[in-house]
Design a protein around this ligand. Sequence first.
Ligand SMILES: [Fe+2]
Ligand SMILES: [Fe+2]
Length: 188
Amino acid sequence: MMNRQQMHEQLQKKLSKNRYLHSLGVAYTAASMAMRYDVEVNLALTAGLLHDCAKFLSDDEKIKKCQKHHLSVNEIEMDNPDLLHAKLSAHYACKKYGVTNPEILSAIAYHTTGRANMTTLEKIIYVADYIEPNRMHLPDIEYIRKEAFEDLDQCFIYILKNSIAYLLKEGYTCHNISMEAYEYYIGG
Ligand SMILES: [Fe+2]
Ligand SMILES: [Fe+2]
């Protein structure tokens, strides 16, 4: 695995300034949450840092890279290729940054959709992505930020509900994995 300094240098080269700052925000927010919820801080820091490491690719490139690396692309992802940045970032974290820890890789892979039966680290990265300090103002953000350090499950469910409601309102099709998460945590 690359050391942390090399990761920072590589990310800074690949990502826009804002996305790099966002990645730092997610890394340090996730690290703080890991301290609160008894997860290894280094896992949270690395997963947070790399969670968007392939997001610089265009939609077209995302589809092509998935095909090239034999990562599945379903119909929903074809319609909304940005969803692919999560599994591609997990792939890049492994191939380009040398991360082999499966807990880190799955936290990256599911940071956008969530999934049923998530690990604590997966929930932390999902939540940290939403609440990190550089995020623009979102509805109820003060409440959500506080809840993130009080009750991780409640906070995660709140964000999942909000995100799905937002997607449906905007006319997007919700990813099937998000719907599975919804059914698992909230009920159909
Ligand atoms: Fe992302
Ligand atoms: Fe992100």
